[in-house]
Every structure is written in structure tokens, then in C-alpha cells.
Design a protein around this ligand. Structure first.
Ligand code: TTP
Ligand code: MG
Length: 361
């Protein structure tokens, strides 16, 4: 039976701390937190060794020191985490065009177009991200968004967990209510005041009771704990352009050579666009001469394209409008004004092959 396990939620493990460990491997194996410089600061995250002592995000540093006197405190470096996060998302982008980034280290990915076993896919993603960045992540898979998120937390670190239709609501019953997406601090306190702490107790409340006391949110909660969540993955990372730019080791001064390079660029660009299932409306040529003078020429097409021939012909036309008066040190070819192809067939890691080797059961 093909289940609708179309939501994959990923969350990096102890993200800031893991990045710091990559930068300074000596930190590995020691309880360590990333956080403010003074005792009045708070922890942004704790590595898994420090978590054994009860240290966690949002805990004041002075308290962390009391609980774990040997804890190493590393100051926060946001730019570094941002860069690492971008690296991870670049890898994830190759799996799906529908990715919703929820935070710096977390995303929900629509995998409905991937006809492979979702667990094998999750392991493929984990291995790929680990090999390229050294970071580990945990993945949850389910038939809706909130359950996929919940599942990503189930087996941390480096885990994969699937919540299937026939597991709900049983699997949720023992959870504290705040684990349900949509139950924030305020709602939690209000529900606690009604004597409700666990999902099993929440399941006993009627739809009308929840609606009367919590309004629209009450409806949402009633549905979520029964596995109903119709939200789709909202694409948040929209690529604006895709292109190739290269500075040559030796300036190019022959027109024939330049045309040959342009052809290669068009070929490469077309392949890249096709892999990502995107089409571009605008083609831009960029040339930098050996005196660093730079010119760009653009052309917008009526219909977007990712076809090599079309890209090449337009790029060639643009090249002919340029007065090539000096040797050239840099050439660039970019496609922008991008649109989704909608028909998702391929991906950078050869989705077709992956699908046929790893069929869903
Ligand atoms: P989380 O994914 O919540 O935590 P984490 O990645 O450190 O650990 P886990 O393995 O449980 O996923 O948050 C991601 C990063 O966001 C985290 O590394 C640091 C930062 N952060 C804060 O700055 N303040 C906070 O209160 C939390 C929760 C996280
Ligand atoms: Mg995380």
C-alpha cells in the first residue's frame, strides 16, 4: 500500500554546538554550550554531552555552571552558523523544489514527487549532508506537516522516525500537550488549568469545548491530535537566478575560443536548470575585460526556457552586440526571472535511478 508519507521534516542536531565542534574538534566529547559571554547570558544550545547534565537552550549560564562545573562555554558566532546553514540548504535544494525553511536549522520538504522509500531517502539525505558538511541531522517522515515535525524530534540525534496513519492517535497519547504543534506556552497554561497535561487527556475534550474556549486554535488542536493537518509545504527559498561565472587563468583573446566557451556555459546552464526543474525568462551575459571594465547584456524571452539551443543562440546574439576590444578575463552566463517547471523528473543526485532502486512498499 502506498501511504501518503509525503512530508519530510529535517532538523540539524545541536546545530550551533556542532558547528563549533567542527571548527574546533578538541571540543568534541566535552560538555559544551554556545552562549552569552557573561554569567548573565543564556545558552543558545548545548551539545549532547552537556545535555546529560540537564543543560539546555535558554538556560542561564550561571545555572549551567552550577549543574556542570566543567562545562566549556563558547561565544555565539551567528555568521558562521548562517554560512553552514546555507551549505546544508544548498544540498537539500537538490531533492525537492518545495522546501519550507522553518528556522536556521530546520525545514519541511515536500517529497510527494519522489517515488522511493522515504526512509531510504532520509538516510540518503543524512549521509549526503554529513559527507559534505560534517553535520548530522534528524529526520521525521509522516503524512502531514505537524506529525513530520514531531517525528523529527523522536530519535535525536542522527535519527529517522516515521509516523504512519495507523499509529495515530495512539503514539501521541503519552506526550505532554506542549509537544503538539500549535500549543504554545499560553495555551498550555490554560489547558493545564483545566487539568489537561497529556495528549490522552486532551483527546477526551470535545470539539465544541475546545472551540468555545480556544476559538480557531481549539479547532486546530482538536484536529492535530487526530492526525488532521491539511497545510502544504510553503516554498520559502526561492532562487532568483542560476548562472555560471568564471575567471580564466589566462585571458581569452580569440573570438572562436570565446564562442566555444559560451557554448559550454550554455550547455552547463541548461543542464543545471533542467536538474532543478526551472526555466528562466531572462538570459544575461557578463564580460570582464583585462582592464577590469565590465559589461552585461540581457535579453528577456517571451517564453521561459531551459533548452540548451535556445540559451546558446540568445547568448551568442548578446555576445555579438559587444565590442570585443580587449582580451577577456571573465565570462558569465546567467538565467534569471525563474519559474518552476512543475514537472519534476530529475534531480542532481539522479532521482530516476534512486526511485527505481528504492521503490516505496
Ligand atoms: P534547535 O533545533 O531547537 O536545537 P539544536 O539544533 O541545538 O538541538 P537539537 O538537536 O535538539 O535540534 O535550534 C537550532 C539552533 O537555534 C540552536 O543550535 C541554537 C539556536 N537556538 C537559540 O539560539 N535559542 C533557543 O532558545 C533555541 C531553542 C535555539
Ligand atoms: Mg536542531
Amino acid at each position: 500500500m502506498k501511504e501518503d508519507l509525503n512530508f519530510l521534516h529535517m532538523d540539524l542536531d545541536a546545530f550551533f554546538a556542532s558547528v563549533e565542534e567542527l571548527e574546533n574538534p578538541k571540543l568534541k566529547g566535552h560538555p559544551m554550550v554556545v552562549g552569552g559571554r557573561s554569567d548573565r547570558g543564556i545558552i543558545t544550545t548545548a551539545n549532547y554531552e552537556a545535555r546529560k547534565y540537564g543543560l539546555h537552550s535558554a538556560m542561564p549560564i550561571f545555572m549551567a555552571k552550577q549543574l556542570c562545573p566543567n562545562v566549556i562555554i563558547v561565544p555565539t558566532r551567528h555568521n558562521l552558523y548562517r554560512e553552514k546553514s546555507d551549505e546544508v540548504f544548498k544540498i537539500i535544494n537538490d531533492y525537492s523544489t518545495k522546501i519550507e525553511q522553518m528556522s536556521i536549522d530546520e525545514a519541511c520538504i515536500d517529497i510527494s514527487h519522489i517515488d522511493a522509500d522515504p526512509v531510504k531517502l532520509a538516510k540518503h539525505i543524512q549521509k549526503n549532508v554529513y559527507q559534505k558538511t560534517g553535520l548530522t541531522l534528524s529526520i521525521g517522515i509522516s503524512y502531514n506537516k505537524s506529525l513530520a515535525k514531531l517525528a523529527s524530534d523522536w530519535n535525536k540525534p542522527n535519527g529517522v522516525f516515521v509516523i504512519r496513519k495507523n499509529m495515530v492517535p495512539k503514539i501521541l497519547e503519552d506526550l505532554p500537550i506542549e509537544r503538539i504543534a500549535g500549543i504554545g506556552q499560553k495555551t498550555k497554561e490554560k489547558l493545564n488549568a483545566f487539568g489537561v497535561y497529556k495528549v490522552s487527556e486532551l483527546l477526551e475534550l470535545s470539539f465544541s469545548f475546545l472551540k468555545k474556549n480556544f476559538g480557531k486554535q481549539g479547532e486546530v488542536i482538536y484536529n492535530r491530535i487526530r492526525g488532521i493537518d491539511n497545510r502544504v509545504v510553503e516554498t520559502t527559498r526561492i532562487r532568483k537566478s542560476l548562472g555560471i561565472e568564471r575567471t580564466f587563468s589566462k585571458d581569452v583573446d580569440k573570438a572562436s575560443e570565446l564562442v566555444k566557451l559560451l557554448k559550454n556555459f550554455a550547455e552547463e546552464l541548461s543542464k543545471d536548470l533542467k536538474k532543478r526543474n526551472i526555466l528562466g525568462h531572462t538570459i544575461t551575459l557578463k564580460i570582464k575585460f583585462n582592464n577590469f571594465e565590465t559589461i552585461t547584456r540581457s535579453m528577456t524571452l517571451e517564453n521561459p526556457t531551459n533548452e540548451f539551443k535556445e540559451i546558446y543562440l540568445k547568448a551568442y546574439y548578446l555576445l555579438r552586440t559587444v565590442d570585443i576590444k580587449r582580451p577577456i578575463r571573465l565570462l558569465g552566463l546567467t538565467s534569471s526571472n525563474l519559474v518552476d517547471d512543475n514537472i519534476i523528473q530529475l534531480s542532481l543526485w539522479n532521482l530516476d535511478e534512486f526511485n527505481s532502486n528504492n521503490k516505496r512498499k
